[in-house]
Design a protein around this ligand. Structure first.
Ligand code: NAI
Ligand code: MG
Length: 333
């Protein structure tokens, strides 16, 4: 049997890190059928859409998808919507899982092992935006259904970990939306008496991530807060080049690094592939290939510990050299 994997490199360093992950998956010895699909800014300039229908269909059909990164303009451009945000919504990939774990690198703090469970389908990323006479409005949509299912996912995952969930919100100010998110999470908490529950305002959480990150196990958060806190948390353990994520729905899943297209280093061949290689390991776990996932993670850990390292980790190695070192380690280990 072979797995059908959709690959969406996208823009910038997405074009460099996805081939690295593909090479690593090939080296596992498992059988894959790779389907290449397009999305992003370059696609928009060529085809007038950042996310062609064929790409959505390819993701829908695949067993799982690996996504690189896309460039999104900061100014509103008619017809352009961030394809990853659209994909998450179209395919109802409602759980965004971002593991933040200490790494054996000099720039990583030790003792950190947390999982950010971010609601991925609504919140301030609702896409409901409009201009009004005096300015503009983005609607923050929080539904009971989406809040309950992401809370349930967080508590289920906590059962397999240190059994603690921190519910992050700003219910003191965003009384309607964060109030509901909090209330739904508390309701689910009652189904999991074995899990320790705490709640924390998002600004306090931002501070405690820096002062005492070891205290966190599972962080349950609405969409935008989770996006921001995960980049902050990434900085504790070696930076954006190291953190993978999964967008998980009931029918399929997309795995990606949490970083963007990094135009400042794109085309130089020096992007750190680790985040995407770890995303590939998450994909293997999702497919049920635990043993291979563990082998892959061990090989990545070995290279993080002993090098070679890309410049973001203080080294001089290229994306390709790091990838080849991981593959060598996988094949020998
Ligand atoms: P970014 O994540 O692309 O880069 C931030 C900084 O981290 C840059 O200095 C970059 O060089 C560095 N960096 C990121 N990944 C790295 C890696 N693998 N190895 C070494 N260094 C790495 O965020 P930025 O610069 O704010 O956004 C650039 C573009 O990416 C924008 O167009 C933005 O819309 C897009 N973006 C896309 C995302 C996605 O496709 N999921 C997520 C975040 C941003
Ligand atoms: Mg982000």
């Amino acid at each position: 049997m072979s797995y059908q994997i959709c690959l969406i490199p996208g823009d910038g360093i997405g074009q460099e890190v996805i081939p690295a992950a593909r090479a690593l998956l090939k080296a596992t010895g498992l059988k894959f059928l790779f389907i290449q699909a397009e999305a992003g800014w370059a696609t928009f300039t060529q085809l007038g859409t950042a996310l062609p229908k064929e790409t959505i269909e390819a993701v829908r059909k695949a067993d799982a998808t690996l996504f690189g990164a896309v460039s999104s303009p900061l100014k509103p451009i008619s017809g352009y919507r961030s394809p990853i945000v659209t994909l998450r919504r179209e395919l109802d990939l409602y759980a965004n899982l971002r593991p933040i774990v200490s790494q054996p690198t000099p720039n990583s703090r030790q003792g950190i092992d947390m999982l950010i469970v971010r609601e991925n389908s609504e919140g301030l990323y609702s896409g409901r935006e409009r201009e009004i006479a005096e300015g503009a409005i983005t609607e923050r949509l929080i539904t009971r259904r989406a809040s309950l299912r992401i809370a349930r996912r967080a508590f289920q995952l906590a059962l397999t970990r240190r059994k603690k969930v921190t519910i992050i919100h700003k219910a003191n100010v965003l009384r309607a939306t964060c109030g509901l998110f909090r209330q739904m999470a508390m309701q689910i908490a009652k189904e999991f008496p074995q899990i320790e529950v705490e709640e924390m305002l998002v600004d306090t959480a931002a501070m405690r991530l820096i002062t005492s990150p070891e205290r966190f196990d599972v962080l349950l958060t609405p969409n935008l807060f989770g996006d921001i806190l995960s980049d902050e948390a990434a900085a504790l353990v070696g930076g954006l080049g190291l953190i993978p994520s999964g967008n998980i729905g009931d029918n399929t899943a997309i795995f990606e690094p949490i970083h963007g297209s990094a135009p400042d280093i794109a085309g130089k061949g020096i992007a750190n592939p680790t985040a995407t290689l770890l995303a590939a390991a998450m994909l293997l776990e999702y497919l049920g290939e635990q043993k291979t996932a563990t082998r892959v993670k061990r090989a990545i850990q070995h290279v993080l510990e002993h090098g070679p390292h890309t410049p973001d980790l203080g080294g001089t190695a290229t994306t390709q050299a790091v990838t080849e070192a991981v593959i060598r380690e996988l094949e020998q280990g």
